[in-house]
Design a binder for this molecule. Sequence first.
Ligand code: SF4
Length: 421
Amino acid sequence: MPDIDIETLRRLRGRLGEEDPNRPNRGPGARGLEHMARNRRCQRLAAVTLAGASADAAARRLGIAPVSEDASPFAAARGHRFEENLFKDDCERIWRAYARAGLLPADFPHRDDLHEQWIDTEKGTDGRGEFSLPERLRQTEKLLLARARGDLSTPTLILKPRLTVHAGSQQFTIEPDGLIAAPGEPFYRVMEIKSYPDRQGYTSQSKTGSAARQAAVGVVALRQLLASNDLDERLAEATADLIFSNAGSDSPTLTRLPISGETDNIAATLTDAGATVTAVLDAVGAGTLDDPDVLEQLDTFLCSSCSSHCAMFEHCRASAIHQGHPVMLGDQASELLQGFTSMGELIALRDRQATTDDPDRQAVADLLASAHAAFAAAQDDRGYDATVAAGEDEDTGTDEAIPLYAADDADDDREQLEIIA
Ligand code: SF4
């Protein structure tokens, strides 16, 4: 398949993301890329992301005011303070967190040469530099390649590095919070810093998962850099060092998470980018993504996780409700009912008020009719109402579970269809 050139992607993007002079198009960043990877069946989100815009910008074009992903002023101030404290005194708190976790020697935080152990690509170690974005990218790559080629004298910690991640002919710049390689380690690993309080096993899974997936984008970028320089990409381990705040204080906690699954998911999504963009161009022709009608033309795949990662969720949900789309029945039913776009059609088939020549659709119709009949029988003949059928024994008052389709040897599909019946 020929690569789609960058000019074609710019044309496809149109002015998406550039409508607000105070908020120029910032591209998807690591967060946008990991969001795209969470729903690989959604062409609309992929088109917007791969064209180099954000779902926020597309949501605005669709008439939705996205809930800002930027932190509230209070959270932003707390995050700023947390980072300031982390980085002061030659990043002493970071070294301590690593030493506590046994990932740096215990005496490391007390070394005399701490100021040589880290570098901030944005401001330099003295905090006074003002390096341009291309300079930061060049410096980051130089240090990474030196380490990968065996130079163990590069700094232990690179703060605010810049990395490039390629998706087909498109390339994005991302900025992990840090890259760290303990003395003697052959290469760096990705560090993500969040000011969320670390509540151990009670830390919100969505927050931990989101930080891990952002780190996975960094791992993919590191591997791409190594591979393009004929170096072993396995040097970049699929792990994420997550730094959170200690609940109730500003001191950091450190968790090293394996993220192979997340890394594979991001890598596969980016590998598919060329084919995805080709399909988008086939669908929209000369249209551009700043046109709401063009956005509407693209396929979507609404699922329960969309609400947590996509700024266009409210629009997609409103459309599904308006169309009476079976996707509103939830992920399981929607998987089973793929190909159906209207609840009205489903109900007509179920009630034998409509027919179909398609054997697959007929099979679903039969399943629905049978599930509906079983549900009605459970209510009418056996005296169970829906609540009882869900778990409470009417006679004994116990919570013994009563399978809704026990008399009919119901299979999994029937259980999935209970909600429709
Ligand atoms: S909310 Fe809509 S546009 Fe966003 S990922 Fe889900 S289906 Fe796609």
